[in-house]
Design a protein around this ligand. Structure first.
Ligand code: HPA
Length: 272
C-alpha cells in the first residue's frame, strides 16, 4: 500500500472517532505525558488501535493519540512517540506527524527531554529550540519525493517558526520561568553521547542533545507546517559533570518540572 493511502486511511479512522478539528498538534516527550490531564479530552485512542500506527517500546512513553481542547483551541496530542533507535524506519518514525497534518493541523509543537551543555544550564531548565543540527546520519525525506506531501528540496531556514519562538519566549517570561534558547543536536542514540561527542557539539554551536524531534521537524517542514519545539533539559550532557547518565534520572527530572511545563504549554496553545 502506498504511503498516501495509508495516511488517508489513518486520518479517516481518527476523524470517524472525533468531532475535533485540530489546528494545533503536540508531540509530548518522555515524562511530559500528563499534559493531557489539563485538556478537555474528547477521544483517547491507543496507538495499537490506529491503522498503520506502531506502539512505542520505551518506558515513560505511553502511546496514545488524544483529541480534545484547551480554552476552545482544538488539539491533537501524541502521548508517546516513535524513535529511530527503536529500529523503525524514518518513514515509520514520522508517520504520526504526517497523520496529524492530514487531520488539518497548521502548527506542530514538539517537546522532548534533552541533555544540556549550554552555558549555565542545569537539570530542570527549559530550552526553546531555535534551530537544529541533524546528526542522525539520515533524513526522513530520503527516497522518492511524495509531491502530495511537499517539495523535493524543502527549505529549512526557519525550520522553527520565528513568531512561535517569540511567543514561547513571551510566555516563559510572563510566567517568570527561566529558559534558554538554542540549537538542538539530534542523534540516533540509544547510547548517550561520549564526552568527546559533547565537546564537538559545543564547538558546533549546540546547547542541547537528544534522540528525537529532528525527524518530526523535518517531516513537518516538508508538509509546510509551522513548528515550535521545547526541550526539557533533564540532565547535563555526558562529561559536563562526572555523573554517569541513566534513563531513570531523565524521566525523574522531567516529572519534577512537568507542572511548570504544563502551565507553559497550556498558555502557549492558546496564543499560537
Ligand atoms: N543525550 C541524549 N538524549 C537525551 C539526553 C542526553 O543526555 N537526556 C535526555 N535525552
Amino acid at each position: 500500500m502506498n504511503l498516501i493511502t495509508k495516511i488517508t486511511e489513518t486520518a479517516s479512522f481518527i476523524k470517524s472517532k472525533s468531532k475535533i478539528k485540530p489546528r494545533v498538534g503536540i508531540i509530548l516527550g518522555s515524562g511530559l505525558g500528563h499534559f493531557v490531564q489539563h485538556m478537555n479530552v474528547e477521544t483517547r485512542i491507543p496507538f495499537n488501535e490506529i491503522p498503520h500506527f506502531i506502539p512505542p517500546t520505551v518506558d515513560g512513553h505511553s502511546g496514545h493519540l488524544i483529541l480534545g481542547s484547551i480554552d476552545n483551541v482544538d488539539l491533537v496530542v501524541l502521548q508517546g512517540r516513535l524513535h529511530y533507535y527503536e529500529g523503525h524506519s524514518m518513514e515509520v518514525v514520522v508517520f504520526p506527524t504526517r497523520a496529524m497534518a492530514a487531520l488539518g493541523i497548521e502548527i506542530l509543537i514538539v517537546t522532548n527531554s534533552a541533555g544540556g551543555y549550554g552555558d549555565g544550564m542545569k537539570a530542570g531548565d527549559f530550552m526553546v529550540i531555535e534551530d537544529h543540527i541533524n546528526m542522525m546520519g539520515t533524513n526522513p525525506l530520503m527516497g522518492p519525493n511524495i509531491k502530495e506531501l511537499g517539495p523535493r528540496f524543502p527549505d529549512m531556514t526557519q525550520a522553527y517558526d520565528r513568531e512561535l519562538i517569540e511567543t514561547a519566549e513571551r510566555i516563559f517570561r510572563s510566567q517568570k520561568t527561566f529558559f534558554h534558547k538554542g540549537v538542538y543536536v539530534g542523534v540516533t542514540g540509544p547510547t548517550y553521547e561520549t564526552p568527546a561527542e559533547i565537546r564537538m557539539f559545543m564547538q558546533l554551536g549546540g546547547k542541547a542533545v537528544g534522540m528525537s524531534t529532528v525527524p518530526e521537524v523535518i517531516a513537518a517542514n516538508h508538509l509546510g507546517l509551522r513548528v515550535a519545539a521545547i526541550s526539557c533539559i533533564t540532565n547535563l550532557a555526558a562529561g559536563i559533570t562526572d555523573n554517569k547518565l541513566n534513563h531513570e534520572e531523565v524521566t525523574e527530572v522531567a516529572k519534577k518540572v512537568e507542572q511548570q511545563f504544563c502551565s507553559f504549554l497550556k498558555l502557549f496553545v492558546t496564543k499560537v
